[in-house]
Write a protein that binds this ligand. Structure first.
Ligand code: CP
Ligand code: NVA
Length: 310
């Protein structure tokens, strides 16, 4: 049966553990210049309704390094832009490709793609979730702390797609997610209900200092996600006081690490000096997109993974 990864909760705890250990093994092999051909002749179609640097490059490089091939599909250059329906596109792509990765404005577009394909569909970011980002983030936290269970992860900023997946992921990892967002910017009710029924561990407040006070990880993201550009002026006002800066870090442990999924808006949600500072793991986090997604692709498409003799 084909598997789709539309939400971080589409992975079980056991599968997440397999993906994380495979990601760290693939990272180690790559550092030694070894590239196992685990996806020989496999193909990934990548549909991007919105811009991307990390997701596009890491999936494309990942497929190449595993012996497969990725195709960048701009909806504006496809018949989708001239009205061909998702369900028709989905069926046709299923006859050519091994899997589809799709970044869309509406989560429902990705759900529809998954419904009509017979191949795995991966959510490369929607208005609701960013599961690939979160697998990478868990890998990054694990590298830093050894175990992620019971860590305190403070989210400072918008209750957006990345925040939603982070909250949901606590049901798999056992860390606590403490979200500090201005009024009106908490995650949507549907995500909160899903998180509660999955056993996620999370709290909400409107005070960044409170959220970071016992944090092991301080995580932020843009205040203006793709698709919210029209609200930019209001958002920049509403998020005043939510910048992750050196002053905020003084309220946290000096052992806390700072994460950002990128792209960053220096001076808004995070300052230059925090991004460049000693607590930032942002560049390692960016690199791990590659390893985590290779591992996910291998889980979905590969033969049984066996690194012995590679
Ligand atoms: N973090 C992330 O998904 O980056 P891109 O938008 O560049 O893909
Ligand atoms: N929340 C951001 C994440 C970008 C990777 C957005 O949706 O634009």
């Amino acid at each position: 049966m084909k598997r789709d990864i539309l939400s971080i909760l589409d992975l079980s705890k056991e599968e997440l553990d397999v993906v994380l250990s495979s990601a760290s093994e693939l990272k180690r092999l790559r550092k030694d210049g070894k590239f196992p051909d685990l996806l020989n002749k496999k193909t990934l179609g990548m549909i991007f309704e919105k811009a991307s640097t990390r997701t596009r490059v890491s999936f494309e490089v990942g497929m190449f390094e595993l012996g497969g091939h990725a195709l960048f599909l701009n909806p504006q250059d496809m018949q989708l832009d001239r009205g061909e329906e998702i369900r028709d596109t989905a069926r046709v792509l299923s006859r050519f490709l091994s899997a589809v990765m799709i970044r869309a404005y509406k989560h429902s577009t990705i759900v529809e793609m998954a419904k009509y394909t017979t191949i795995p569909v991966i959510n490369g970011l929607s208005d609701l979730e960013h599961p690939c980002q979160i697998i990478d983030d868990i890998q990054t936290m694990k590298e830093h702390f050894g175990s992620v269970k019971n860590l305190n992860v403070a989210w400072v900023g918008d209750g957006n797609n990345v925040c939603n997946s982070l909250i949901l992921s606590s049901a798999l990892t056992g860390y606590n997610v403490n979200v500090a967002s201005p009024k009106g910017y908490l995650p949507p009710e549907g995500i909160i209900e899903m998180a509660e029924s999955a056993g996620a561990k999370f709290t909400f407040c409107n005070n960044p200092k409170e959220a970071v006070s016992d944090a092991d990880v301080i995580y932020t993201d843009t205040w203006v996600s793709m698709g919210s550009e029209e609200e930019e002026k209001d958002r920049l006002c509403d998020f005043m006081g939510y910048t992750v800066n050196n002053e905020l870090l003084k309220d946290a442990s000096s052992r806390a690490i700072v994460m950002h999924c990128l792209p960053a808006h220096r001076g808004d949600e995070i300052t230059d000096s925090v991004m460049e500072g000693s607590q930032s793991v942002i560049w390692d986090q960016a690199e791990n997109r590659l390893h985590a997604q290779k591992a996910l692709l291998v889980m979905l498409l590969g033969d049984v993974y066996d690194a012995s003799g590679v």
